[in-house]
Design a protein. Structure first.
Length: 314
């Protein structure tokens, strides 16, 4: 369930655009005013505000906010205000073009979005950057990682709930054989992960655990920490237990020395309209601390207030 709290009654996009204009005009920016508006609007409403702002004031709202805000707050607002598909395109591009590409972000986008959402992100990527997502993934990765990532981002899965129990049994056995042989990048592993529906994959992974007494993720944990294996584990966890996956991303972003604001922001802004409530529950179950308290402790200022707003806590 989402944590985003949409304003009720809801002002018109024109009223919101005018109020944002007042917040960014003059000598100082009213950051609280900006948060009170965009932090309580869903993706459709934010798009309408952008359109109204441009029509009224003949300037791009995103560029105006970039010039008025700063630091982690500005980065979080920038991520939030885009349509989900365009946001995913930006996240993917930034991850790929890092000095050391952050391939986990590509795995997240490929494995936790619906087929339609992933396709929309690929379209947005091509429109924004004038070349395809798979082209850039291929250019900035190599070897087994390239095979896995390109397969994941180019798929269009069946999105229904139908499950073939016999197929789940057979493919659980195929996965077992490959893992026993330590053939982690075997073409059959990549085929199964990149073509089956989420429901079918979940059935296969559950069958694997039932038949062999341990999850695939746990069996891979004991292996040498090669670059490929963490991505393979991430893909499996995104399919089998996405709430646990995102909880771990948040926990590590806060727990490690220094807060990883990029990872923390990414989870909150991409899941606030989807399932952040479940991630919050998972976080409390795992850490005996609310995510609200953890975020409030490790962040500050307008950045903290904005994240808490998206968490439904402000």
């Amino acid at each position: 369930m989402a944590t985003l709290v949409v304003a009720d009654p809801l002002p018109s996009p024109v009223d919101d655009a005018q109020d944002i204009r007042k917040a960014v005009e003059g000598w100082g920016t009213d950051e609280k005013g900006v948060i009170s508006i965009i932090g309580h609007r869903d993706a459709v409403q934010r798009k309408l505000i952008r359109l109204a702002y441009e029509e009224l004031f003949h300037e791009d709202l995103i560029k105006r906010l970039e010039s008025e805000l700063s630091g982690d707050f500005e980065k979080a607002v920038y991520r939030w205000i885009f349509d989900p598909a365009e946001r995913d395109a930006i996240l993917a591009h930034d991850a790929i073009k890092k000095l050391v590409p952050d391939c986990r972000v590509i795995v997240e986008i490929a494995c936790t979005r619906s087929p339609a959402e992933l396709f929309a992100a690929r379209q947005a990527y091509q429109h924004r950057y004038k070349h395809s997502l798979e082209e850039d993934v291929s250019a900035y990765s190599s070897g087994d990682i390239r095979k896995l990532l390109v397969s994941l981002v180019t798929t269009y899965r069946y999105d229904g709930d139908d499950v073939n129990a016999r197929l789940a049994h057979n493919e659980a056995s195929i996965l077992r054989q490959a893992i026993e042989q330590k053939a982690y990048a075997h073409e059959e592993i990549i085929r199964i992960l990149s073509t089956r529906s989420t429901a079918q994959l979940t059935a296969t992974l559950n069958r694997y655990k039932d038949d062999h007494g341990s999850s695939i993720s746990k069996e891979l944990m004991g292996e040498p920490n090669e670059e490929f294996l963490p991505l393979l584990r991430a893909a499996i966890r995104c399919f089998s237990s996405p709430y646990k996956y995102f909880e771990k991303v948040v926990r590590k972003s806060i727990k490690d020395l220094g807060t990883d604001e990029g990872a923390l922001t990414r989870v909150i802004v991409t899941r606030a309209e989807k399932d952040l409530k479940h991630i919050k529950e998972e976080y409390y179950k795992r850490n005996s601390v609310t995510l609200k308290d953890a975020v409030a402790r490790d962040t500050s200022g307008d950045y903290k207030n904005f994240l808490l707003t998206l968490l439904g806590e402000a």
